[in-house]
Design a protein around this ligand. Structure first.
Ligand SMILES: [Mn+2]
Length: 281
């Protein structure tokens, strides 16, 4: 079994009980561990994650426990679960999202997950699967057809994204004392969650949803799996009558999230299913 999960936004300040939330995720991962060959975490597992220069030596083992700086300490149950899973031989893939871009090796070294900074293509159970968080993925012709205000918004997001991914500002931010950087980061992330709760953005339709349009431009993949949008979408392989029909439209999956909807996906013998975690105890 192969599992896909994204957008837990651990540590988000809009989540009422962050510990219960994390425990729920840990329980799901432990259940997955019973039959998983691989687990793909497709981004924004943390609401904010920044490895500061001062973090480096914080991962030392004090009798099996990590003592991490600032906000990271609360994530130890999740982090140690990742470590247990990789030690068991399960391949855990950690894609950066747009809230947890800033891992510079510590996470990988200490938990054994494979960190991916770019979308990846894997051959899984005989299918070519394209995997990405989903931010910054825009179909090529999209900018021409959009009304100017939306174009402007997308350009602004892309500029901010380029800034966040740039090594120089990253290095400067790493110099900050963790409490200061985290205070700033968690507040930024909280505002973006609040904005989402106030103005949710449901599925925009097959002609508007960037990730679906992008997938339609790439029939070389059998399946595209994304996170980021916090909506659940499963558009099956080969639409009978669809929009912009190519010979073979890929199957498109958007995973939902793991803080409001608690959804994830499982792949067995090439077949992918979206599941809901109902075990909120
Ligand atoms: Mn995201």
């Amino acid at each position: 079994m192969i599992y896909f999960l994204s957008d837990a936004h651990l540590g988000s300040r809009v989540i009422a009980d962050p510990n219960a939330h994390q425990q729920r995720l840990v329980r799901l991962l432990n259940r997955m561990a019973q039959d998983a060959e691989a687990i793909f975490l497709l981004g924004d597992m943390f609401d904010f994650w920044y490895e500061y220069l001062w973090d480096r030596h914080q991962w030392a083992d004090f009798g099996g426990r990590w003592h991490l700086t600032g906000n990271k300490q609360q994530f130890v149950p999740f982090l140690q679960t990742l470590k247990r899973l990789t030690e068991k031989g399960i391949a855990v893939h950690f894609f950066i999202g747009n809230h947890d871009i800033w891992t510079f090796g510590d996470l990988e070294r200490n938990t054994g997950v494979q960190v991916h900074r770019q979308p990846q293509v894997y051959s899984l159970q005989g299918r070519q699967v394209f995997l990405a968080h989903g931010d910054g993925i825009v179909p090529s012709y999209f900018m021409q057809v959009l009304p100017p205000p939306i174009r402007k918004k997308i350009r602004r997001f892309m500029r901010l994204r380029a800034f966040f991914h740039h090594p120089l500002p990253q290095f400067l931010f790493r110099l900050l004392p963790p409490y200061l950087g985290d205070a700033f980061g968690y507040e930024w992330a909280r505002r973006s969650r609040l904005k989402e709760l106030q103005r949710p953005c449901p599925y925009k339709g097959d002609n508007q949803e960037e990730l679906v349009l992008w997938a339609n431009e790439h029939p070389e993949y059998d399946c595209c799996i994304f996170g980021h949008r916090h909506i659940v979408l499963h558009r099956p392989f080969q639409q009978p009558d669809g929009i912009k029909q190519t010979e073979k439209n890929p199957e498109v999956i958007i995973l939902g999230d793991f803080f409001k909807q608690f959804t994830y996906a499982a792949m067995n013998e090439g077949k992918i299913e979206i599941l809901k975690d109902n075990q909120n105890v």
